[in-house]
Design a protein around this ligand. Structure first.
Ligand code: FAD
Ligand code: DHB
Length: 389
């Protein structure tokens, strides 16, 4: 197969980019290791920034998002005693949209045939070749048969564990990394949310988050040591822990129900720079990871895709040779700010095992400051709602 762009990975980043390129009349092929059902089975992000909603709107694929997505004008921080409401709409004039990553991915997936976007699912052993040349190619195995895609540009949208980033020689890049000593245990259940807005809680027993997917579907998280296994957390144990950590007010409104999904995700901050080498660009989790506090992961993937689509369109449609080399710096400027926000909100809302009385006093002082300062609340709100693209 000969094409202009080969995209590796059909998560939100790969599918969004594929659709944007097709809308510009640029040829591309997307290679995905798993089946569509497997990709849709992974329950992940739930809060969309404007950049993500805008891309869906530009593609004309936002009908269901507009109909079913929940507009949230604020969210809450609590230490169990007081509830600090961050009035996103009042402080920034904007809002976030609660709509599951699964639903967004499904909308992009369902539109692929109608829009002429070719996605090869169950592509095994995907490997990148000659990325430092102007004629790179990708090989993969499908139904036991070896295939080859020749492209001008390869875009790695294959998540943190994919082969794209690993194809860049370590000597040309730099890795920045911070691991956290806990993971988030998530539970999804068909019960009404305990509150109409999200609540992030820092309790003596640890972090908790009350989120949602709709008026009848709730998503909750608690942080647990990395040594914990999902099997050790029957539903009732999670509901008990949530009731304690979210505090009595929220607990009074928690509706319990059987879990539809339960999983533990490790927390990590990670950036690989640069996000381009030769004819290979990286987008989304393939280049960076944020801890989930702040809901930035999916939205950063979308802003990368926005910059990448602009650069690729300038190159393929207008012959602009500077656009692709400029991609990495443009994307990283926004990535680093989201890394900072996610790291600082994680620091504020979790009890770290190594923390002593001083670190805890700093958390209390920061929450006091946020509770009493419009400037502090504005800073949190403008980061949460998403910095400009
Ligand atoms: P991905 O969604 O990871 O997609 C990458 C795709 O590439 C996948 O479909 C994968 O199958 C495919 N792929 C991988 N390897 C290969 C290969 N060798 N060949 C071909 N294809 C390949 N963010 C939040 O904001 N809130 C959350 O609650 C949240 N929870 C998360 C929970 C988990 C367990 C994880 C891993 C992430 C979570 N995130 C969350 C982050 C958010 O989901 C990601 O930032 C987002 O999925 C990034 O999209 P992406 O398209 O870059 O990568
Ligand atoms: C969700 C996940 C997040 O990481 C977050 O900050 C808010 C909401 C969610 O899955 O609903």
């Amino acid at each position: 197969v000969i094409t202009q762009i080969c995209i590796i990975g059909a998560g939100p980043a790969g599918l969004l980019l594929g659709h944007l390129l097709r809308a510009e009349g640029i040829d591309c092929v997307v290679l995905e290791r798993h089946t569509p059902d497997y990709v849709l089975g992974r329950i992940r992000a739930g809060v969309l920034e404007r950049v993500t909603v805008d891309l869906m709107e530009r593609l004309g694929l936002d009908a269901r998002l507009k109909a079913e997505g929940l507009v949230h004008d604020g969210f809450n921080l609590t230490d169990g005693e007081r509830l600090i409401r961050i009035d996103i709409a009042g402080l920034t004039g904007q809002h976030v949209t609660v709509y599951g990553q699964t639903e967004l991915t499904r909308d992009l997936m369902d539109a692929r045939h109608g829009r002429g976007l070719e996605v090869v699912y169950e592509a095994a052993d995907v490997a990148l070749h000659d990325i430092e040349s102007d004629a790179p190619f990708v090989t993969y195995l499908k139904d036991g048969v070896q295939h080859r895609v020749d492209a001008r540009i390869i875009v790695g949208c294959d998540g943190f564990h994919g082969p794209s980033r690993k194809a860049i020689p370590v000597s040309v890049g730099k890795e920045y990394e911070r691991e956290y000593p806990f993971g988030w245990l998530g539970i999804l259940a068909d019960v009404p949310p305990c509150n109409h807005e999200l609540i992030y809680a820092n309790h003596a027993r640890g972090f908790a988050l009350a989120s949602q997917r709709s008026e009848t579907r709730s998503r909750y998280y608690i942080d647990v040591p990395l040594t914990e296994r999902v099997e050790d957390w029957p539903d009732e144990r999670i509901w008990d822990e949530l009731a304690i950590r979210l505090g009595p007010q929220a607990a009074a409104h928690i509706t319990r129900g059987p879990s539809i999904e339960k999983s533990i995700a490790p927390l990590r901050s990670y950036v690989f720079a640069p996000m381009r080498h030769g004819s290979l660009l990286l987008c989304g989790d393939a280049a960076h990871i944020v801890p989930p506090t702040g809901a930035k992961g999916l939205n950063l993937a979308a802003s990368d895709v926005h910059y990448a689509a602009e650069a690729l369109t300038a190159f393929f449609r207008r012959g602009d040779n500077d656009a692709i080399p400029a991609y990495s710096d443009r994307a990283l400027a926004r990535v680093w700010k989201a890394e900072r926000f996610s790291w600082s909100l994680t620091r504020l809302m979790h009890r770290f095992p190594e923390d002593g009385p001083f670190e805890r006093a700093m958390q209390v002082a920061e929450l006091d400051y946020i509770a009493s300062s419009r400037a502090a609340q504005t800073s949190i709100a403008e980061n949460y709602v998403g910095l400009p693209v």
